[in-house]
Write a protein that binds this ligand. Structure first.
Ligand code: G4F
Length: 301
């Protein structure tokens, strides 16, 4: 919106409205009800809106849920992308398309750091679905000469992240523990390492990809990797607590197959798009902890 776009957001029908995270802008955007599992609703949406650019950030995006709902994950996260591509192809193949591809595609990594050339080895039904969607995006680029870009985004977080994901689960608990609302925090694998950046920086990269002279695939990452344990250390330390006094492990949060280490090399994005992340790891953690402290204090008041 700051760039002067007229923005349309697509949402799934539900018996209860879940627009909490867009309350502050809801009146300034246009919301259209459609579903990635329903081809005709996508065709109609693309026809009605007549967009110049489509950003697909929709997915069943929680990795653990992809083992309990593998075919739903495939239908939404994988085939949903083909449905959007088909809608675009039939309505107006000149529309530019951005696909939110994921570092989860690298899974059991075959080289470090991961680049656009690193082969994929997905470790969950979610990762497998994202690999399919990646290749379909590339395939429509090559088969139909459509502008289809893949952003291979490493974990990007913010104060608006869902509380099931590890970063927000930690920062929300840190705030609650600090304010006496909670005593401990149960986590799974503390040794998993991720390349965590701030979503604000990464959304800028998505836009840059669609302004580039040609459609391509780009790794978007910070180039730094940190463990879940380190995230805990920094988060608890920020409010004057020691994570070892509060964090315990619970096997129920372990995954059937883990992605142990992710770290991306964003050199191509830097060279071709002039993109660089601005927010560093420690700053990200502090932003999230401070925001959760504020939210909890408000709750208490
Ligand atoms: O925060 P997570 O659930 O994110 P994950 O699985 O890396 O996936 C996120 O990033 C991907 C990009 O690489 C996206 F494609 C995807 O949609 C999503 O946004 O888990 C991060 C790590 C994992 O290794 C997990 O095993 O944290 C570890 N972990 C340890 N304890 C935990 C917990 N994860 C969660 N969610 N909850 C825990 O208690």
């Amino acid at each position: 919106m700051e760039k002067g776009y007229e923005v349309y957001g697509m949402y799934r029908r539900s018996s209860v409205e879940t627009f909490g995270r867009i309350d502050h802008i809801k009146d300034k955007i246009n919301l259209i009800c459609a579903d990635l599992t329903d081809q005709s609703s996508l065709n109609e949406t693309v026809k009605t809106v007549g967009p110049d650019e489509v950003y697909n950030l929709a997915a069943q995006s929680f990795v653990p849920a992809s083992w309990t709902q593998p075919t739903l994950t495939g239908s939404v996260t994988a085939l949903g992308v083909t449905r959007i591509l088909e809608a675009i192809r039939h309505v107006n193949p000149k529309i530019k398309f951005y696909q939110a591809s994921s570092s989860e595609m690298f899974g059991k990594v075959l080289e470090t750091p991961q680049t656009e050339k690193t082969p994929f080895y997905p470790r969950s039904p979610y990762g497998v679905s994202k690999v399919y969607a990646f290749w379909m995006t590339k395939n429509y680029r090559e088969s139909y000469d459509m502008f289809c870009a893949n952003g291979i985004l490493f974990n990007h977080e913010s104060e608006r992240r869902g509380k099931q994901f590890v970063t927000r689960k930690i920062t929300d608990s840190v705030a609650r523990i600090k304010l006496g609302l909670q005593k401990e925090l149960a986590l799974g694998n503390l040794d998993a390492r991720r390349d965590w950046g701030h979503a604000r920086d990464y959304v800028e990269a998505m836009w840059l990809m669609l302004q580039h002279s040609k459609s391509d695939d780009f790794v978007i990452a910070t180039g730094e990797t940190h463990s879940v344990k380190e995230f805990c250390e920094v988060a608890f330390d920020h409010v004057g607590l020691n994570y070892e006094d509060h964090v315990k492990t619970d096997p129920k949060f372990l995954r059937p197959a883990e992605v142990d280490l992710l770290v991306g090399d964003p050199s191509k994005a830097k060279k071709d798009l002039g993109w660089e992340p601005k927010i560093k790891f420690k700053e990200l953690v502090k932003i999230m902890v401070d925001s959760d402290l504020e939210k909890c204090k408000k709750e208490l008041r």
